[in-house]
Design a protein around this ligand. Structure first.
Ligand code: ZN
Ligand code: FE
Length: 255
C-alpha cells in the first residue's frame, strides 16, 4: 500500500484528508477546507506538507491554499478547467493525466457537474479515489455549474471504477442522503438496511465515509437511474437514465 490516509472532520460537515506516500514521505492535503485543522493534523502526525491536490474551486476546498503554501511551500495541483479560480495553482491537470505524488501515482478524471471543472484523483494501486463534491454516500453534488448530462457522465466514470474502490467524499451528508434515497427507492432492501446502519453509526458519531463503489451501485439513487424499482417509484418506467437522473436531482433539491 503506497499511501497512508489520515481523515478528519472539520468545518460544519467537511472531511479533510492528508495522504502520505510511504516510500518518499511526501504528504498531500486533499483540498484545503480548514487551515487550522490541517496544520493540527500535520503536527499530530509529525508530517510536513509537500503537496495540495484540489478537486474544485469552492472555498471549502481551495480556500486554505495560500495560507498553507505560504507556511509549507507546497506544490499545488488542481483542475485545468478552473485554473484561474484555484489560488496558488502550480500544476493544472485534466482528464487522463497522471499525477506523480512521491512514488505514488493518481489518474485524474474530469467530473464536471457540481462545478464546470471538477476533477477527482484515483490512486488505482490503493483502490482509493478522492472525489470531492462529485459523489457522496447515497448522494451526489448539487449542479451549480454543470448540466444533468455532464453529471451523469461524471458519475458513470466513478461507477466504472473497480467495485472495491474506496470513495473519499468531502462531506458527511450520509444520513440526510439516506432519507432522500428511501423516498425515491423505497423497495430497495440494501438501501433499507444501509439506512438503519447509518443511523446507528451517526448516533455514535462514527464517520460513514469512506464508502465504496460496490455499495454505492446498490444504494445510491443517483447511480441507479436505470433501476426498474426506482424508475417505477418516480413514475418514469422506461425513461432514459439521464432523464431519471435529472428528475432525481431535481427532487433532491426540493426535498
Ligand atoms: Zn463544492
Ligand atoms: Fe464542498
Amino acid at each position: 500500500m503506497p499511501i497512508e490516509t489520515r481523515q478528519f472532520a472539520c468545518l460544519a460537515d467537511n472531511y479533510g484528508y492528508l495522504i502520505r506516500d510511504r516510500e518518499t514521505g511526501a504528504v498531500a492535503a486533499i483540498d484545503t477546507p480548514d487551515v487550522g485543522a490541517i496544520n493540527n493534523q500535520l503536527d499530530a502526525a509529525g508530517w510536513r506538507l509537500t503537496h495540495i491536490l484540489n478537486t474544485h474551486h469552492h472555498w471549502d476546498h481551495a480556500g486554505g491554499n495560500l495560507a498553507l503554501k505560504d507556511k509549507w511551500g507546497c506544490k499545488i495541483i488542481g483542475p485545468k478547467a478552473e485554473a484561474a479560480q484555484i489560488p496558488g495553482l502550480d500544476v493544472a491537470v485534466g482528464d487522463g493525466d497522471m499525477v506523480m505524488f512521491g512514488a505514488s501515482k493518481a489518474t485524474v478524471y474530469d467530473t464536471p457537474g457540481h462545478t464546470s471543472g471538477h476533477i477527482i484523483f484515483h490512486f488505482a494501486e490503493d483502490a482509493a479515489a478522492f472525489v470531492g463534491d462529485t459523489i457522496f454516500a447515497m448522494g451526489c453534488g448539487r449542479l451549480f455549474e454543470g448540466t444533468a448530462e455532464q453529471m451523469w457522465a461524471s458519475l458513470s466514470k466513478i461507477a466504472a471504477l473497480p467495485p472495491q474502490t474506496k470513495l473519499y467524499c468531502a462531506h458527511e451528508y450520509t444520513q440526510a442522503n439516506a432519507a432522500f434515497a428511501l423516498s425515491v427507492d423505497p423497495t430497495n432492501p440494501q438501501l433499507q438496511s444501509r439506512a438503519r446502519e447509518v443511523d446507528r453509526l451517526r448516533a455514535e458519531g462514527t464517520p460513514t465515509i469512506p464508502t465504496d463503489v460496490a455499495i454505492e451501485l446498490q444504494t445510491n439513487p443517483f447511480l441507479r437511474a436505470a433501476a426498474p424499482g426506482l424508475q417505477a417509484a418516480l413514475g418514469m418506467s422506461g425513461a432514459s437514465a439521464v432523464e431519471v437522473f435529472a428528475e432525481t436531482r431535481r427532487r433532491k433539491d426540493n426535498f
